[in-house]
Design a binder for this molecule. Sequence first.
Ligand SMILES: [Zn+2]
Length: 344
Amino acid sequence: MSKKSKLVDFRAVKEAVTMENVLSHYGLLENMKRSGDNLSGSCPIHKGTNPTQFRVSVSKNLWNCFSECKRGGNVVDFIARMEDVSPYAAALNAIEWFKLDPERVYSDSDRAAARPQEPRESKESASPAKLDAMPAPPPEAKPDGNAPNAPLKFRLDKLQREHPYLIDRGLTLETLVDFGTGYCEKGMMAGRIAIPIHNVDGQAVAYAGRHVGDPPEGIPKYKLPPGFRKSLELFNLDRAKKESGPLIIVEGFFDAMKLHQLGHRKVVALMGSSLSTAQEQLIHEHTDRRSQILIMLDEDDAGRAARNDIAARLAHFAFVRIHVFEEEGQQPEHLTAAQVADAL
Ligand SMILES: [Zn+2]
């Protein structure tokens, strides 16, 4: 580990984030039924349809699925299942999404740190009996399993391309049209910048809604449709796979759009700082031993904590390099064309 690497204090993350925060992040909270200390709904992990099989104890900050998943756990376990990533990567997600205080949630590697000792399955998740005061619901008639994200049956039209926020972020009209991105005035993404996400075959599977500017506390920067699993997609892969040259992996939509605009079109975004196993598989399918991959995550705690792990995983099947920015807080979106060429 480099000297800048940090270890995550899992306990601090679990204390700082509630299941309600996480459900709200996924747009699932409003669909849950509240009864006393409990929330119940259909299971977003295995995408069940039975509305009583997924339970949350608010006071204990634990969840449980009585159907296909047959297990439960804490907030970190929940994110790990939803994103299909390790508990470590899930904790990094939580830190990023809920803007947790780095002082609290990262510990220096020379202190007794949580990561090596954190069991992959925490005590809570190993004992769903803790929640057994709730009666188990009847088994689902027809479990629908880990289905892929279904193609959208609609398009958001009349998106406003030339919004001041988008111009401020340095995107040209051509790029915005190219990515189908714009400010949305009506519907579920009203008041947000709508960015269509396509699967590897080029079918639109969701819109991400970016808050215009920095959101107030408690409001997520990005809104995704309920049930959408971003861990199953890589933003822009449908087009990047047709380009030649090194594959650049970035965190955000805007990083990808900006690099594309600068002429580096073989770029995909993780839509976060973690690489899910499904995303790893997608990259594997579209690279070979001679392929070059450049990992260009944000120069912050989350990016630094994630990039070595991602590089190690991709190095099994491609030639991988990590880009390190000179200044704290820099991200691919800030680079000039010459700087990207340099990095490559
Ligand atoms: Zn389940």
